[in-house]
Design a protein around this ligand. Structure first.
Ligand SMILES: Nc1ncnc2c1ncn2[C@@H]1O[C@H](COP(=O)(O)OP(=O)(O)OP(=O)(O)O)[C@@H](O)[C@H]1O
Ligand SMILES: Nc1nc2c(c(=O)[nH]1)N=C(CO)CN2
Length: 179
């Protein structure tokens, strides 16, 4: 097994239960293994639910940057395990959930496999992913485009707002620059 680390971006969302507590414990759970190192944590934003049942609660969303020696499918399984630790129930597509963890990018890897599509096939349209990612890493690019520019063009951008304690620049600086 190679011990080479690959950088990856994970997106986290929660719209059921104690959303902010769930996100912070989920970050700790995600990085609580030697094959994963935490590189940076975005600010948390509150967002209107995109798709799914009408009237579901607002989400809290954030992204983290990691580096990992896990293979892509091992990382996906780990994300699912952490979702289960937070009692994620899959009932309705895009329905409310205690915790969702998606892999947005894994290094430069591209994949059309429906079990793991990379980059995440809907990330480029989702301000709830793009905006916190741009705050974490203003130079980030996705599919050759600026993540910050994609965020402002996304349909859900106007519904997005800072969550309590949000301090974009401070949080980004505190999290450290992402190479
Ligand atoms: N990049 C990816 N990250 C996470 N899951 C993925 C990815 N690509 C494909 N999948 C697959 O998508 C399946 C459904 O994931 P999930 O239930 O989290 O979807 P969702 O969050 O409701 O919707 P969306 O996929 O639009 O974010 C997973 O079981 C997984 O196999
Ligand atoms: N605001 C918001 N909307 C969503 C989210 C999410 O995390 N935030 N996740 C979805 C499926 O992954 C579908 N819709």
């Amino acid at each position: 097994m190679s011990s080479r680390f690959t950088k990856a971006i994970l997106a986290l969302g929660s719209n059921l239960g104690e959303r902010n507590d769930t996100l912070s414990t989920a970050v700790a759970d995600l990085v609580d293994r030697p094959e994963i190192r935490l590189l940076g944590v975005s600010p948390v934003v509150q967002t209107k639910a995109v798709g799914g049942p009408v009237g579901q609660p607002d989400f809290l969303n954030m992204v983290i940057a990691i580096e990992t020696t896990l293979a892509p499918l091992e990382l996906l399984q780990h994300c699912h395990d952490v979702e289960q630790m937070h009692h994620r129930v899959r009932e309705v597509r895009w329905g409310p959930r205690t915790l969702d963890v998606d892999i947005i990018v894994y290094g430069e890897l591209t994949s059309d496999d429906e079990t793991l599509t990379l980059p995440h096939p809907r990330a480029a349209e989702r301000a709830f992913v793009l905006y916190p990612w741009a705050l974490l890493d203003p130079a980030a690019r996705l599919n050759g485009e600026s993540v910050a520019e994609l965020a402002t063009k996304a349909e859900d951008f106007p519904g997005l707002r800072p969550f309590d304690g949000f301090d974009g620049s401070g949080s980004v600086a505190a999290a450290g620059a992402v190479e």
